[in-house]
Write a protein of this length. Structure first.
Length: 61
């Protein structure tokens, strides 16, 4: 496991958790926290900030 990790609590919706759990199963990841770290690493290194944050995806309004 690379790097130092800190424990933090996040609130997510049930369908978001289900999706993370599906990614854990599909890609043989250790747990949902690892799936979330993969997403964050992608967003930080390869993601387009404007595409990620400017486009409104209101699935839970």
């Amino acid at each position: 496991m690379g790097g130092t990790k800190v424990e933090h609590s996040f609130e997510i919706n049930p369908d978001q958790l289900a999706w993370l759990q599906e990614m854990v199963e599909s890609y043989a990841l250790a747990d949902e926290a690892k799936a979330l770290r993969v997403l964050l690493d992608y967003a930080m290194s390869d993601g387009d900030r404007d595409l990620i944050f400017d486009e409104i995806r209101c699935h839970h309004c």
